[in-house]
Ligand binder design. Structure first.
Ligand SMILES: [Zn+2]
Ligand SMILES: [Zn+2]
Length: 351
Protein backbone atom coordinates (compact mmCIF):
# COMPACT_ATOMS: atom_id res chain seq x y z
CA UNK A 1 0.00 0.00 0.00
CA UNK A 2 1.52 3.38 -0.95
CA UNK A 3 2.59 5.50 2.02
CA UNK A 4 0.37 8.44 1.09
CA UNK A 5 -2.71 6.24 0.67
CA UNK A 6 -5.47 7.32 3.08
CA UNK A 7 -5.53 3.83 4.63
CA UNK A 8 -1.75 3.62 4.95
CA UNK A 9 -0.67 2.68 8.48
CA UNK A 10 0.76 5.43 10.64
CA UNK A 11 3.33 5.34 13.42
CA UNK A 12 1.05 7.18 15.81
CA UNK A 13 -1.74 4.65 15.82
CA UNK A 14 -3.42 6.00 18.94
CA UNK A 15 -5.45 9.00 17.95
CA UNK A 16 -6.32 10.68 21.28
CA UNK A 17 -9.23 12.71 19.91
CA UNK A 18 -10.98 9.47 18.92
CA UNK A 19 -10.83 7.97 22.42
CA UNK A 20 -14.00 9.71 23.74
CA UNK A 21 -15.75 8.43 20.61
CA UNK A 22 -14.95 4.85 21.64
CA UNK A 23 -15.75 5.47 25.30
CA UNK A 24 -19.22 6.88 24.65
CA UNK A 25 -20.05 3.73 22.65
CA UNK A 26 -18.85 1.49 25.48
CA UNK A 27 -20.76 3.59 28.05
CA UNK A 28 -24.03 2.80 26.27
CA UNK A 29 -23.84 -0.70 27.76
CA UNK A 30 -24.08 0.91 31.21
CA UNK A 31 -27.86 0.74 30.70
CA UNK A 32 -27.61 -2.94 31.71
CA UNK A 33 -27.04 -1.67 35.26
CA UNK A 34 -28.88 1.66 35.23
CA UNK A 35 -32.02 0.49 33.43
CA UNK A 36 -33.87 2.50 30.79
CA UNK A 37 -36.37 4.88 32.42
CA UNK A 38 -39.01 6.38 30.14
CA UNK A 39 -38.01 9.92 31.03
CA UNK A 40 -34.40 9.27 29.98
CA UNK A 41 -35.63 7.89 26.65
CA UNK A 42 -37.64 11.06 25.98
CA UNK A 43 -34.61 13.18 26.83
CA UNK A 44 -32.49 11.06 24.46
CA UNK A 45 -35.00 11.57 21.67
CA UNK A 46 -35.15 15.33 22.24
CA UNK A 47 -31.36 15.62 22.42
CA UNK A 48 -31.05 13.62 19.22
CA UNK A 49 -33.31 15.93 17.22
CA UNK A 50 -32.13 19.22 18.72
CA UNK A 51 -28.48 18.37 18.18
CA UNK A 52 -29.11 16.86 14.73
CA UNK A 53 -30.64 20.19 13.83
CA UNK A 54 -27.56 21.98 15.17
CA UNK A 55 -25.33 19.75 13.03
CA UNK A 56 -27.33 20.14 9.81
CA UNK A 57 -28.51 23.75 10.13
CA UNK A 58 -25.39 24.89 12.03
CA UNK A 59 -22.25 22.87 11.31
CA UNK A 60 -23.27 22.00 7.77
CA UNK A 61 -25.48 24.63 6.17
CA UNK A 62 -24.16 27.61 8.11
CA UNK A 63 -20.51 27.05 9.04
CA UNK A 64 -19.46 24.79 6.17
CA UNK A 65 -21.45 26.43 3.37
CA UNK A 66 -22.38 29.87 4.74
CA UNK A 67 -25.76 29.43 3.03
CA UNK A 68 -27.55 31.99 5.24
CA UNK A 69 -26.74 34.77 7.64
CA UNK A 70 -27.17 35.28 11.36
CA UNK A 71 -25.88 37.42 14.23
CA UNK A 72 -22.53 36.79 15.87
CA UNK A 73 -24.29 35.77 19.09
CA UNK A 74 -26.59 33.25 17.42
CA UNK A 75 -23.65 31.97 15.38
CA UNK A 76 -21.90 31.16 18.66
CA UNK A 77 -25.04 29.46 20.02
CA UNK A 78 -25.16 27.28 16.89
CA UNK A 79 -21.49 26.35 17.31
CA UNK A 80 -21.91 25.56 21.00
CA UNK A 81 -25.00 23.42 20.46
CA UNK A 82 -23.35 21.63 17.50
CA UNK A 83 -20.22 20.94 19.51
CA UNK A 84 -22.33 19.39 22.30
CA UNK A 85 -22.80 16.50 19.80
CA UNK A 86 -19.15 15.50 20.40
CA UNK A 87 -18.43 15.66 16.67
CA UNK A 88 -15.26 17.65 17.34
CA UNK A 89 -14.80 21.39 16.86
CA UNK A 90 -16.95 23.51 14.60
CA UNK A 91 -14.01 24.85 12.56
CA UNK A 92 -12.49 21.38 12.20
CA UNK A 93 -15.84 19.99 11.00
CA UNK A 94 -16.26 22.74 8.41
CA UNK A 95 -12.68 22.32 7.15
CA UNK A 96 -13.11 18.55 6.70
CA UNK A 97 -16.47 19.07 5.01
CA UNK A 98 -15.18 21.67 2.55
CA UNK A 99 -12.38 19.25 1.64
CA UNK A 100 -15.07 16.61 0.95
CA UNK A 101 -16.84 18.88 -1.54
CA UNK A 102 -13.59 19.90 -3.19
CA UNK A 103 -12.60 16.27 -3.85
CA UNK A 104 -15.94 14.48 -3.63
CA UNK A 105 -15.55 10.84 -4.59
CA UNK A 106 -11.97 11.31 -5.76
CA UNK A 107 -9.25 9.24 -4.08
CA UNK A 108 -8.33 12.30 -1.91
CA UNK A 109 -11.88 12.48 -0.53
CA UNK A 110 -11.73 11.77 3.22
CA UNK A 111 -14.81 9.58 3.12
CA UNK A 112 -15.80 8.14 -0.25
CA UNK A 113 -17.40 4.67 -0.33
CA UNK A 114 -16.38 3.92 -3.95
CA UNK A 115 -12.72 4.58 -3.11
CA UNK A 116 -12.35 3.60 0.53
CA UNK A 117 -15.25 1.22 1.15
CA UNK A 118 -18.33 1.57 3.34
CA UNK A 119 -16.85 1.15 6.84
CA UNK A 120 -13.85 3.38 6.27
CA UNK A 121 -16.11 6.12 4.85
CA UNK A 122 -18.67 5.67 7.60
CA UNK A 123 -16.49 5.65 10.69
CA UNK A 124 -12.93 4.33 10.41
CA UNK A 125 -11.55 7.49 8.78
CA UNK A 126 -11.88 9.36 12.08
CA UNK A 127 -9.18 7.10 13.57
CA UNK A 128 -6.71 8.28 10.94
CA UNK A 129 -4.49 10.92 12.62
CA UNK A 130 -4.02 12.55 9.22
CA UNK A 131 -7.46 14.15 9.55
CA UNK A 132 -6.83 15.56 13.01
CA UNK A 133 -5.41 18.69 11.42
CA UNK A 134 -7.28 19.51 8.23
CA UNK A 135 -6.52 22.49 6.00
CA UNK A 136 -7.45 25.45 8.20
CA UNK A 137 -6.59 27.87 5.39
CA UNK A 138 -9.91 26.85 3.81
CA UNK A 139 -11.85 28.17 6.81
CA UNK A 140 -10.35 31.64 7.34
CA UNK A 141 -13.87 33.09 7.30
CA UNK A 142 -14.44 31.16 10.57
CA UNK A 143 -11.04 31.38 12.27
CA UNK A 144 -11.30 35.18 12.29
CA UNK A 145 -13.92 34.91 15.04
CA UNK A 146 -12.07 34.83 18.36
CA UNK A 147 -14.83 33.01 20.24
CA UNK A 148 -14.98 30.22 17.63
CA UNK A 149 -11.19 29.93 17.81
CA UNK A 150 -11.46 29.38 21.57
CA UNK A 151 -14.35 26.90 21.28
CA UNK A 152 -12.92 24.78 18.45
CA UNK A 153 -9.88 23.22 20.22
CA UNK A 154 -11.98 22.41 23.28
CA UNK A 155 -13.34 19.54 21.24
CA UNK A 156 -15.47 17.83 23.84
CA UNK A 157 -16.01 20.50 26.49
CA UNK A 158 -19.64 21.36 25.51
CA UNK A 159 -20.53 17.65 25.28
CA UNK A 160 -18.89 16.90 28.65
CA UNK A 161 -20.77 19.80 30.21
CA UNK A 162 -24.07 18.48 28.85
CA UNK A 163 -23.31 14.95 30.07
CA UNK A 164 -22.39 16.19 33.54
CA UNK A 165 -25.53 18.35 33.79
CA UNK A 166 -27.67 15.33 32.89
CA UNK A 167 -25.86 13.25 35.50
CA UNK A 168 -26.56 15.82 38.20
CA UNK A 169 -30.17 16.20 37.12
CA UNK A 170 -31.26 12.64 36.46
CA UNK A 171 -28.53 10.34 37.75
CA UNK A 172 -26.59 7.65 35.86
CA UNK A 173 -29.53 6.41 33.78
CA UNK A 174 -30.03 9.92 32.42
CA UNK A 175 -26.33 10.16 31.62
CA UNK A 176 -26.18 6.75 29.93
CA UNK A 177 -29.49 6.75 28.06
CA UNK A 178 -30.16 10.48 27.72
CA UNK A 179 -26.64 11.45 26.72
CA UNK A 180 -24.69 8.40 25.50
CA UNK A 181 -27.48 6.70 23.55
CA UNK A 182 -28.54 9.89 21.80
CA UNK A 183 -24.93 10.88 21.07
CA UNK A 184 -24.09 7.51 19.53
CA UNK A 185 -27.27 7.54 17.45
CA UNK A 186 -26.40 11.05 16.35
CA UNK A 187 -22.87 10.01 15.35
CA UNK A 188 -24.03 7.23 13.10
CA UNK A 189 -27.00 9.00 11.54
CA UNK A 190 -24.71 11.93 10.69
CA UNK A 191 -22.09 9.53 9.33
CA UNK A 192 -24.71 7.86 7.11
CA UNK A 193 -24.49 10.98 4.94
CA UNK A 194 -20.81 10.21 4.29
CA UNK A 195 -21.44 6.53 3.68
CA UNK A 196 -25.00 5.60 2.66
CA UNK A 197 -25.82 8.93 0.96
CA UNK A 198 -22.90 8.27 -1.42
CA UNK A 199 -24.11 4.73 -2.13
CA UNK A 200 -27.87 4.26 -1.87
CA UNK A 201 -30.58 6.36 -3.43
CA UNK A 202 -31.32 8.14 -6.67
CA UNK A 203 -29.21 10.58 -8.63
CA UNK A 204 -31.28 13.36 -10.13
CA UNK A 205 -28.34 15.54 -11.11
CA UNK A 206 -25.03 14.88 -12.77
CA UNK A 207 -22.56 15.94 -10.10
CA UNK A 208 -19.51 13.90 -11.09
CA UNK A 209 -19.65 12.05 -7.76
CA UNK A 210 -21.78 9.34 -6.14
CA UNK A 211 -24.03 11.56 -4.04
CA UNK A 212 -27.62 10.30 -3.79
CA UNK A 213 -31.06 11.47 -2.76
CA UNK A 214 -32.52 9.20 -0.12
CA UNK A 215 -35.95 9.80 1.45
CA UNK A 216 -35.36 7.72 4.57
CA UNK A 217 -32.02 9.38 5.30
CA UNK A 218 -33.66 12.77 4.79
CA UNK A 219 -36.22 11.90 7.49
CA UNK A 220 -33.71 10.78 10.12
CA UNK A 221 -31.22 13.57 9.39
CA UNK A 222 -33.80 16.37 9.13
CA UNK A 223 -33.22 16.96 5.42
CA UNK A 224 -29.60 15.99 4.78
CA UNK A 225 -30.64 12.92 2.81
CA UNK A 226 -31.23 15.09 -0.27
CA UNK A 227 -27.52 14.79 -0.77
CA UNK A 228 -27.45 14.70 -4.56
CA UNK A 229 -29.45 17.95 -4.56
CA UNK A 230 -26.90 19.36 -2.13
CA UNK A 231 -23.87 18.36 -4.19
CA UNK A 232 -25.61 19.85 -7.23
CA UNK A 233 -26.13 23.25 -5.60
CA UNK A 234 -24.25 23.58 -2.34
CA UNK A 235 -24.99 27.20 -1.59
CA UNK A 236 -28.72 26.61 -1.10
CA UNK A 237 -29.96 26.58 2.49
CA UNK A 238 -32.82 24.41 1.32
CA UNK A 239 -31.78 20.87 0.38
CA UNK A 240 -35.19 19.38 -0.36
CA UNK A 241 -35.77 21.03 -3.73
CA UNK A 242 -39.29 19.71 -4.44
CA UNK A 243 -42.27 20.28 -2.16
CA UNK A 244 -42.38 16.61 -1.18
CA UNK A 245 -38.68 16.47 -0.31
CA UNK A 246 -39.07 16.87 3.46
CA UNK A 247 -36.37 19.11 4.89
CA UNK A 248 -37.11 19.80 8.56
CA UNK A 249 -33.88 21.76 9.14
CA UNK A 250 -34.93 24.22 6.48
CA UNK A 251 -38.48 24.52 7.86
CA UNK A 252 -37.11 25.39 11.31
CA UNK A 253 -34.69 27.93 9.81
CA UNK A 254 -37.57 29.46 7.83
CA UNK A 255 -39.62 29.82 11.01
CA UNK A 256 -36.63 31.41 12.74
CA UNK A 257 -36.26 33.87 9.88
CA UNK A 258 -39.73 35.27 10.71
CA UNK A 259 -38.22 36.43 14.01
CA UNK A 260 -35.00 37.66 12.34
CA UNK A 261 -32.88 35.13 14.25
CA UNK A 262 -31.49 34.14 10.85
CA UNK A 263 -31.86 35.80 7.46
CA UNK A 264 -30.93 35.65 3.75
CA UNK A 265 -31.85 31.97 3.50
CA UNK A 266 -31.09 30.75 -0.01
CA UNK A 267 -33.29 28.62 -2.24
CA UNK A 268 -32.18 27.04 -5.51
CA UNK A 269 -33.12 28.93 -8.71
CA UNK A 270 -35.73 27.18 -10.88
CA UNK A 271 -33.18 26.46 -13.65
CA UNK A 272 -30.99 24.68 -11.08
CA UNK A 273 -33.91 22.59 -9.82
CA UNK A 274 -34.80 21.61 -13.38
CA UNK A 275 -31.16 20.69 -14.04
CA UNK A 276 -30.86 23.11 -16.94
CA UNK A 277 -27.58 24.68 -15.87
CA UNK A 278 -24.63 23.22 -17.80
CA UNK A 279 -22.27 21.27 -15.55
CA UNK A 280 -18.97 22.92 -14.59
CA UNK A 281 -15.63 22.10 -16.22
CA UNK A 282 -14.52 19.85 -13.35
CA UNK A 283 -17.67 17.71 -13.45
CA UNK A 284 -17.60 17.60 -17.27
CA UNK A 285 -14.00 16.32 -17.28
CA UNK A 286 -14.75 13.71 -14.61
CA UNK A 287 -17.91 12.38 -16.26
CA UNK A 288 -16.35 12.38 -19.76
CA UNK A 289 -13.35 10.44 -18.40
CA UNK A 290 -15.76 7.97 -16.75
CA UNK A 291 -17.57 7.48 -20.08
CA UNK A 292 -14.31 7.12 -22.02
CA UNK A 293 -13.00 4.71 -19.36
CA UNK A 294 -15.66 2.14 -20.26
CA UNK A 295 -13.76 1.36 -23.51
CA UNK A 296 -10.47 -0.55 -23.64
CA UNK A 297 -7.61 0.87 -25.72
CA UNK A 298 -7.55 -2.30 -27.84
CA UNK A 299 -11.26 -2.00 -28.61
CA UNK A 300 -11.06 1.66 -29.62
CA UNK A 301 -7.98 1.04 -31.81
CA UNK A 302 -10.08 -1.44 -33.77
CA UNK A 303 -13.06 0.89 -33.87
CA UNK A 304 -13.19 4.40 -32.46
CA UNK A 305 -16.79 4.81 -31.20
CA UNK A 306 -18.73 7.40 -33.15
CA UNK A 307 -20.41 10.33 -31.41
CA UNK A 308 -23.92 8.74 -31.72
CA UNK A 309 -22.55 5.47 -30.27
CA UNK A 310 -21.01 7.36 -27.37
CA UNK A 311 -24.24 9.26 -26.83
CA UNK A 312 -26.22 6.03 -26.62
CA UNK A 313 -23.83 4.73 -23.98
CA UNK A 314 -23.93 8.06 -22.09
CA UNK A 315 -27.74 7.96 -22.00
CA UNK A 316 -27.56 4.53 -20.39
CA UNK A 317 -25.02 5.70 -17.81
CA UNK A 318 -26.21 9.18 -16.87
CA UNK A 319 -29.34 11.26 -16.52
CA UNK A 320 -29.98 12.96 -19.87
CA UNK A 321 -29.29 16.62 -19.20
CA UNK A 322 -28.35 19.76 -21.05
CA UNK A 323 -24.66 18.88 -20.77
CA UNK A 324 -24.83 15.46 -22.38
CA UNK A 325 -23.62 16.67 -25.80
CA UNK A 326 -20.62 18.43 -24.29
CA UNK A 327 -19.76 15.31 -22.24
CA UNK A 328 -20.01 13.05 -25.30
CA UNK A 329 -17.85 15.43 -27.36
CA UNK A 330 -15.18 15.54 -24.64
CA UNK A 331 -15.24 11.73 -24.21
CA UNK A 332 -14.80 11.37 -27.98
CA UNK A 333 -11.80 13.70 -27.81
CA UNK A 334 -10.28 11.70 -24.92
CA UNK A 335 -10.71 8.41 -26.83
CA UNK A 336 -9.20 9.86 -30.04
CA UNK A 337 -6.22 11.11 -28.02
CA UNK A 338 -5.84 7.68 -26.39
CA UNK A 339 -5.78 6.00 -29.82
CA UNK A 340 -3.21 8.49 -31.14
CA UNK A 341 -1.03 7.98 -28.04
CA UNK A 342 -1.31 4.19 -28.31
CA UNK A 343 -0.41 4.16 -32.02
CA UNK A 344 2.43 6.62 -31.35
CA UNK A 345 3.82 4.31 -28.62
CA UNK A 346 3.67 1.33 -30.98
CA UNK A 347 5.50 3.24 -33.73
CA UNK A 348 8.17 4.30 -31.21
CA UNK A 349 8.70 0.67 -30.13
CA UNK A 350 9.08 -0.45 -33.78
CA UNK A 351 11.61 2.34 -34.45
ZN1 LIG B 1 -22.03 20.01 2.21
ZN1 LIG C 1 -21.20 14.28 0.12
Amino acid sequence: MPKNHPHAPHDDIVYPAAIPFVLVHVACFGAIWTGVPKQALWVALALYFVRMWAITAGYHRYFSHRSYKTSRLFQFCLALLGQSSAQRGVIWWAAVHRHHHLHSDNPEDVHSPPHHGFWYSHVLWIFNPKYGKPDYSAVRDLTRFRELGILDPNLYAPAALLAFTLLLWGGWSMMVVGFCWSTVLLFHCTFFINSLAHEHGSQRYLTGDDSRNNFLLALITLGEGWHNNHHHYQSSTRQGFRWWEIDVSFYVLSAMSWFRLVWDLREPPEAIVRGERPVGRKVLEKVAAELAGTFSVEAICDHLPTVPELREKAEQMFEAGSSLDAIVARAHEILAQAVAAHLGDKAAVRA
